[in-house]
Ligand binder design. Sequence first.
Ligand SMILES: Nc1nc2c(c(=O)[nH]1)N[C@H]1C(S)=C(S)[C@@H](COP(=O)(O)OP(=O)(O)OC[C@H]3O[C@@H](n4cnc5c(=O)[nH]c(N)nc54)[C@H](O)[C@@H]3O)O[C@H]1N2
Ligand SMILES: Nc1nc2c(c(=O)[nH]1)N[C@H]1C(S)=C(S)[C@@H](COP(=O)(O)OP(=O)(O)OC[C@H]3O[C@@H](n4cnc5c(=O)[nH]c(N)nc54)[C@H](O)[C@@H]3O)O[C@H]1N2
Ligand code: SF4
Ligand SMILES: [Mo]
Length: 762
Amino acid sequence: MARDTARDTARDVDLSPPPPSGGAGTRTAHRTCPLCEALCGLELTLDDAGTVIGVRGDRDDPFSKGFLCPKGATLGSLDGDPDRLAEPLLRGPDGHAPGDWDTAFATVGRELRRIVDEHGPDAVAVYLGNPSAHTVAAPLYGGAIIKALGTGNVYTASTADQMPKHVSSGHLFGDPMAVPVPDLDRTGHLLMLGANPLESNGSLCTAPDFPGRLKAIRARGGKVTVVDPRRTRTAALADEHVFVRPGTDAHLLMALVHTLFDEGLATPPQDVNGLADLRALADDFSPERVAPVTGVPADTTRRLARELAAAERAAVYGRIGTCTQAFGTLASWLVDVLNVLTGNLDRPGGAMFPKPAPLPAYRRKRPFTTGRRHSRVRGLPEVNGEFPVATLADEITTPGDGQIRALITIGGNPALSAPGAARLDAALAGLEFMVSVDPYLNETTRHAHVILPPPRPTQSPHFPLALLGFAVRDYARYSPPVSPLPEGRPSEAEILARLAVLASGLDGTPEALDEMIIGSTLGKAVAMAGSPVHGRDPGELREILAEQGASTVEQRLDMMVRLGPYGDGFGADPAGLTLHRLRTEHPHGIDLGALRPRLAEVLCTASGRIELCPPPFAADTARLRASLDGPAPELVLIGRRHLRSNNSWLHNVPELVRGSNTCTLQLNPDDAGRLGIAAGDRVRVTSRAGELEATAEPTDALMPGVVSLPHGWGHALPGTRARVAARNAGVNVNAVTDEQEIDPLSGNAVFNGVPVTVAPVT
Ligand SMILES: Nc1nc2c(c(=O)[nH]1)N[C@H]1C(S)=C(S)[C@@H](COP(=O)(O)OP(=O)(O)OC[C@H]3O[C@@H](n4cnc5c(=O)[nH]c(N)nc54)[C@H](O)[C@@H]3O)O[C@H]1N2
Ligand SMILES: Nc1nc2c(c(=O)[nH]1)N[C@H]1C(S)=C(S)[C@@H](COP(=O)(O)OP(=O)(O)OC[C@H]3O[C@@H](n4cnc5c(=O)[nH]c(N)nc54)[C@H](O)[C@@H]3O)O[C@H]1N2
Ligand code: SF4
Ligand SMILES: [Mo]
């Protein structure tokens, strides 16, 4: 058994010292864990100096109810990491040296303006990484920075992650953000593909204690089925685990669709478009026809379809394994097609649309489209306003008009996380100017001319602006900082606001920027029919926001809560939420109830109906059909996540990397035997894009023909400062993933199903 399938569940792990209860000189504070999408409430014990000396789950959080994982439990080590940057770094001839904030900002302003003036706005690119979804700052100011620059060169970790799901929802429902989530707490049948929430704690499905919620499905007599090329801890917990060949989920899902039609089991609602077209497309994908490709026996596929159709309340859910692959958009689409065809979309126990508290209810919608622009070098379509990170290196290194010469990274480590990372790493080294907003000097930021470090998690507010739209219950929690900022230290919001101001080339302050945004939002809100403040005086609303004396950042959050579906509408609903009320009356968060059907509110396709068979998806099935006859590579690589890791940046926390090396190449013992590889051997993994060396770990958890390496490792690079991580460096899997292979509809990277060869190092 793989060593990480044998471990205890997260709840049983407590790595922190027991908090000295009520001792003199200590205090407790409560906040949301900022590390992953699960949004667990934490109870922190801090000493006089603001050092976190204990962490527990916050039992009064109505959503997480005391659950936490080893990462949350060691938040104190991360917060107090001595390698965390305390001041800006400026790159000189001898490497990085500390500088003061004024000099750092002045350098950034001067260099950005110089490059825009000389080469135009597209010469400055922006990359937003994963923590941008967890901070207050990036959702509030990321857009302002991009707008101020006027650049079309926008990149995010989304095209290494969930972009296929946005494209799918954009075409199906009209809104790329309308991603249905499995109603975990009420479903009786969960079909889960390419997700391993026992390690990841869930994604595009915010559900603290995901493991407990899965166990509860089984305890109430329901069934959990996991489809994965690896027998994960999640698969081990499930009632059934089905091995699937990497990258063939769309084939399998098409066969499920085929079976539903074939056996008269489809029960979609009346008012959906494209049923007949979909049925015709699925015709070619019988379970028998796809079985040699997927590795799933035809009778298993037929049974899975029948079980799904027979279940009273069922949900299909797909995550990283179904997104970061060559048919990412088709697989993501077919997941929701199955939810629709079985009548499970938008009903309790099925797949439902959360109603996030802080979103303005009056959002105006434009028809969803992609490809309004194309990337300069490879001609790849823009999706959701961005280009694929898989082509960032091309845009930096290919000379010509519009070449990227400067880069702003915000909470990202693309030198490790992007496909074909070695090329990108080299490209970053050639930039004229780079500024990174990041707490670490790491593989990416070592290339930056200026690093602007945000303060510690405990000194930062938390409000899950980007995540509540994916939560399995409607919920809200605002966590103000639990410790004050050190003198002279800007918050991350201030850093990003100042970047936006500098990028605009105009004089101004962060407060003036907030004022402008507040004015414009209120102006739109009062003008829009259906808004809770329609027809009111924006000046009066502005005064209401100022009443609590909060910062303009908090006033912006307050505005979003008040205008949102649970908000007080600036007094229109006196019982409604405000930020102040969240903070004072609900410091542990507020449960706003189980998800309610709301498809009618969400749908915004041109037809006003669900478009079950959008033309771009129908067209891409030609590629799927062609692959039925294509040759299958002998060995393919997939990724994996480990509970004590989080992408590339928790490997400097000693408690999380203690023990055995987890960055191993797992492979099936049959493949190992055939290749002459024994446990612990050094092996070379080679692909079209590159090669790497790793230690072999044979395990029958992997299906034959599949090998697996985790991502986010490869820390032994010069010029970085993460002493613990450097001692346990691991290897960067993205040395062998291929930036030329993308899911064409979304531009998403292909991390799963990468053809490789593996050989012992001699
Ligand atoms: N501990 C920890 N937690 C994390 C992270 C982390 O790095 N560590 N990262 C966070 C982030 S950024 C994200 S996006 C989420 C991701 O959350 P998940 O999607 O739950 O994460 P993974 O563990 O990567 O699960 C993907 C699963 O897909 C399987 N798989 C690979 N290829 C295929 C395929 O072709 N088909 C199918 N059906 N399955 C396949 C893999 O074996 C793996 O079990 O996790 C978040 N949480
Ligand atoms: N082969 C392979 N590659 C993958 C994946 C995979 O499964 N396999 N997964 C992909 C996925 S799902 C994702 S999301 C991407 C992630 O890709 P990235 O977002 O590029 O990488 P991370 O490792 O999450 O890097 C986060 C960075 O943010 C910094 N940071 C931490 N906290 C803060 C903060 O509060 N503020 C700021 N400004 N910065 C902060 C960290 O120091 C680190 O530099 O990786 C992708 N890459
Ligand atoms: S599951 Fe996620 S949110 Fe919860 S404690 Fe762990 S890292 Fe934090
Ligand atoms: Mo991610």
